[in-house]
Design a protein around this ligand. Sequence first.
Ligand SMILES: NC(=O)c1ccc[n+]([C@@H]2O[C@H](COP(=O)([O-])OP(=O)(O)OC[C@H]3O[C@@H](n4cnc5c(N)ncnc54)[C@H](O)[C@@H]3O)[C@@H](O)[C@H]2O)c1
Length: 359
Amino acid sequence: MEFTVNLGKRSYPILLENGSAEKLPDELKKLFPKSRFALVTNTTIAGLYRELIAGWKPALDAVVYEMPDGEEYKTIGTWNGILDFLLASKLERSSIVIALGGGVVGDVAGFAAATFLRGVGVVQVPTTLLAMVDSSVGGKTAVDHPLGKNLIGAFHQPKMVLVDNAFLATLPQREFMSGYAELFKYAFIGGREMFDFVRSNHALMEKKDPAVLLAGISRSIAVKAGVVEQDEHETGGLRALLNFGHTFAHALERYFDFKEVLHGEAVWWGMHCAISCAALNGMLTDETAELYGGMRKLMPDPRLPERPAVRRLYDMMFTDKKVTGGALRLVLPTEPGTAVVRGDVPAETVLASIEEVLG
Ligand SMILES: NC(=O)c1ccc[n+]([C@@H]2O[C@H](COP(=O)([O-])OP(=O)(O)OC[C@H]3O[C@@H](n4cnc5c(N)ncnc54)[C@H](O)[C@@H]3O)[C@@H](O)[C@H]2O)c1
């Protein structure tokens, strides 16, 4: 399966196929016959996929950089280490960085590619479900700063994305479910057809049925690509829809110090807060509220270290970098598959929704 993200001169193909990682060298040599390649991955993935990488290396004559594993290494220090390596390897403007990993590797390797020699190409090869359905597409690259996540970065669209869901076989179950929450998110923003697809195929996707899961990943990417095509740099407001549940989720992640709750787990809770908020704000018909209530029952709620204090969590929503002019802008559902951005929800309604879902 293949489709294109249409962004004029920055358009790029997305290849989706179970087992396609084997074909990466052929695809790359076809697209970039004169380029040199630098593969950036982390130590965990390098260990798990030693044979695959050992096959790619001579086929592409690639140099390989292994960064340590973990969000705590998504830093300027790691970015600097990658740049030192690219310079020492004498890569040129025509070179291609291959980011093999989850969202952390994708973001930091993408940012290194965005800045090395004022920008070289990056090819994203996502290995987590979250990276497949979200971070590998759309061109956001970044590193974290002690003052906050993703505060230093650039928009830098990939030259190609290769999605091979065979990588998910080694992904820890908790990481899989965290990524699955992001896939689930597209049910609420991707239109009625996507809503119905997720609802009726949830059981097979959760069991990792390769064909159905790949179809879910492909549909998720198509929704994201459609939004990115219309609002590439997040200036038109449409891209905000991708943050469905995220204002609540970012506060929850911060509340637990970014340690005990995975991003997708926080998004799961955040989506249900957004649904509750819309219902309390009179935005859902009884029928839609019931349908959405049913979606919550499809998966067990992810564990939280403790019930958060509602008021403190609410206050933390205002430190999200997407809060503009002090007003909370929430992405709230309206009808199955559709959501809107609202900046006028009364504080007591937001508080009541947190209380209902998390209190
Ligand atoms: N750029 C964007 O648009 C965007 C969007 C969403 C999230 N993000 C970023 O993505 C990051 C989170 O990404 P993530 O959830 O993929 O986390 P991650 O990259 O930390 O990966 C999670 C864990 O799984 C391991 N792993 C990865 N693939 C594996 C595999 N196939 N088998 C076994 N283990 C594997 C990793 O080594 C890591 O320990 C955050 O930094 C977030 O800010 C970026």
